[in-house]
Design a protein around this ligand. Structure first.
Ligand code: GUE
Length: 283
């Protein structure tokens, strides 16, 4: 039997629907709507596309989004000044600085200057620290979405072997921590891992966030594994993940496609975090 598809787009759409209703209700109570500021520096094509998608999603659910498209020679100081202004702006509940940033603008410095209470990306050290400690804070959008995708299958995470491929601060590391919070037995694999195949073959849950097309193949995957593909790669001009989808799907119990899996959930979680930030302030 071939694996079932976890439809990230559909799940994201149902989250949009309930956020939309919630925002309407909040609006009638507070006479305000959540506000998200997005800062995009430079002319990276993919970044422009992603930011437009975020803008569109905000509009759909009733979040007021304000996008700052700054040219590539904007200085770090100028971005920090804008962040400072947005930190003080009562109508802005969430601030997102699109990555990657051009050379000369330090990601660490930028993230450190966003108020933790407006850090809807969950990249500030206060929020990553809370994640580490198991305290409540903003969770990074992709990892948060990945857990929701796994939970949508109704298969229990507790006690399962989970393998995360990739150790980035944005996806791999936080996803591993969230799986641990769900009581999985977690292994983090990365570019220096010697016996990757052996680890993957043991996994009931595989999350790949390596950025390597066709990294995860059918022979590596345990029968009935859940496979979550957080890879973003281009192969023959087409967007693909890290997983050889067509073949791995035959073995998996559940699998996310690319596109239409983790990507749409990342945006849904950004909207959710923005509403959460609004509620913490006003209700
Ligand atoms: N501060 C910051 N926060 C981010 O969350 C952030 C970022 N910087 N920089 C870039 C990455 C990447 N990212 C994606 C979000 C949605 C899709 C998405 O919806 N993708 C569609 C396909 C889109 C297409 O056709 O290219 C899908 O997978 O179905 C992809 C990638 C957010 N990121």
């Amino acid at each position: 039997m071939s694996g079932k598809i976890i439809d990230g787009k559909e799940i994201a759409n149902s989250i949009h629907e309930s956020l939309k209703n919630e925002i309407e209700e909040l609006k009638s109570k507070t006479d305000k709507v959540p506000g998200l500021a997005v800062i995009l520096v430079g002319d990276d094509k993919a970044s422009h596309k992603y930011v437009s998608m975020k803008e569109k999603a905000c509009k759909k659910v009733g979040i007021n989004s304000v996008v700052y498209r700054l040219d590539a020679n904007t200085t770090e100081e100028e971005v920090l000044e804008l962040i400072d202004k947005l930190n003080k702006d009562e109508d802005i509940n969430g601030i997102l600085v699109q990555l990657p940033l051009p050379n000369g603008i330090g990601e660490k410095k930028i993230n450190a200057n966003i108020l933790p209470s407006k850090d809807v990306d969950g990249f500030h050290a206060v929020n990553t620290g809370k994640l580490f400690l198991g305290e409540e804070g903003f969770l990074p959008c992709t990892p948060k979405g990945i857990i929701k995708l796994i939970k949508s299958t109704d298969i229990e995470i507790e006690g399962k072997n989970a393998v995360v491929i990739g150790r980035s601060n944005i996806v791999g590391k936080p996803t591993a921590l969230l799986l641990l919070r769900e009581n999985a037995t977690v292994t983090i694999c990365h570019s220096r891992t010697r016996n990757l195949e052996e680890h993957i073959r043991n996994a009931d849950i595989i999350v790949s966030a390596a950025g390597v097309a066709d990294l995860v193949t059918e022979t590596m995957v345990k029968d009935k594994a859940i496979v979550i593909d957080a890879g973003i790669n281009f192969k023959d001009g087409k967007l693909v993940g890290d997983v050889d989808y067509i073949n791995v799907k035959k073995k998996a119990s559940w699998i996310t496609p690319v596109p239409g899996g983790v990507g749409p959930m990342t945006i849904a979680m950004l909207l959710e975090n923005t509403v959460e930030a609004f509620k913490k302030k006003w209700s």
